[in-house]
Design a protein around this ligand. Structure first.
Ligand code: PDD
Length: 281
């Protein structure tokens, strides 16, 4: 199959999945999600994604009794039903199905939605364009909730300007992008905003920091300003789907390209680590 969907025990082609209108994910966005890469039917960084899913669930106080073993078995079955060697799998857990009242419904059980489809890995070579926008999101961006309207609007604004991403800032301090983190290289140091409530603690971000340390590249988790971003030697957008994309233009202004050797070294280290993980387990 080209794609697969799953909802509370039922597999069906993605386009045919039926979800009850009273799923709180639908009318409140009352749920959390993860997006993972699957290569040759093996997951990348599964434990990290499951840990973040549990953390998001705990922060929203959504009870979800399914064990990681059971969830992993369902994810594996979903991935195995798709022919593609290169997939992106989406997992969503909502607070359950109930008549619409704002406070948590009594006795509702969490709903599990999964879908997977073939998505090729991004090309890491070409420098991308980004726009800068104010970060109008809420103050708990560390939770991977379904409430993504500011990100959706920002991604659309970026697309309309021919850009790959929108970089968010609050009062001139860069947080992250609409659906990725932002890493900066300056004078041989890899810098990115700290993993606090202003950003999603990206799995890819953490892996880049780990690999940099292994390569003896100093890392600095302190926030940077828009000016510092524009005078960076290199910038990289990181996410599950993007891996690490170089940035060459900010709001149509040419930037970066001053430490391509280190940029490419980090990209290569990430791709090598990625293939090792999906090959080895
Ligand atoms: N987005 N920041 C935001 C706001 C994100 O939505 C994402 C991921 C990231 C990067 O996280 P990770 O490296 O764990 O993918 C950072 C996913 C891909 C999505 O929404 O589909």
């Amino acid at each position: 199959m080209e794609s697969i969907g799953y909802y509370n025990g039922t597999f069906a082609p993605m386009e045919q999945l039926v979800i009850p209108a009273l799923d709180r994910g639908l009318y409140f966005g009352d749920g959390v999600y993860e997006a993972l890469r699957v290569e040759r039917h093996r997951f990348f960084a599964l434990q990290e994604h499951l840990a973040r899913l549990r953390e998001s669930l705990a922060l929203l106080r959504i009870p979800f009794s399914m064990t990681n073993e059971r969830l992993t078995a369902i994810l594996q079955e979903a991935a195995d039903r798709v022919d593609s060697d290169s997939q992106q799998i989406y997992v969503q857990v909502t607070r359950g199905t109930a008549i619409r009242t704002h406070a948590f419904p009594e006795g509702a059980e969490a709903n599990l939605l999964i879908f997977s489809r073939g998505v090729a890995l991004a090309d890491l070579q070409e420098y991308r364009r980004v726009i800068v926008l104010p970060d109008t999101r809420w103050s708990h961006c560390n939770i991977k909730t379904l409430n993504l309207i500011p990100s959706v609007l920002a991604a659309q604004a970026a697309k309309e300007r021919g850009c790959a991403e929108a970089v968010f800032h609050k009062g001139g301090i860069v947080s992250e992008c609409s659906s990725s983190n932002l890493l900066l290289l300056k004078d041989g140091v890899l810098r990115t905003a700290p993993a606090d409530e202003r950003i999603l603690p990206g799995v890819t971000r953490a892996q880049f920091l780990m690999l940099a340390r292994e390569l003896s590249v100093p890392v600095d988790e302190t926030a940077f300003t828009l000016d510092e971003m524009e005078s960076a030697d290199e910038l990289m957008i990181t996410s599950t789907s993007a891996h690490g994309l170089p940035v060459g233009f900010v709001d149509d202004k040419p930037v970066c390209g001053r430490d391509e050797a280190l940029l490419r070294r980090l990209q290569r280290a990430y791709r090598a680590h990625f293939w090792d993980c999906v090959a080895g387990g």
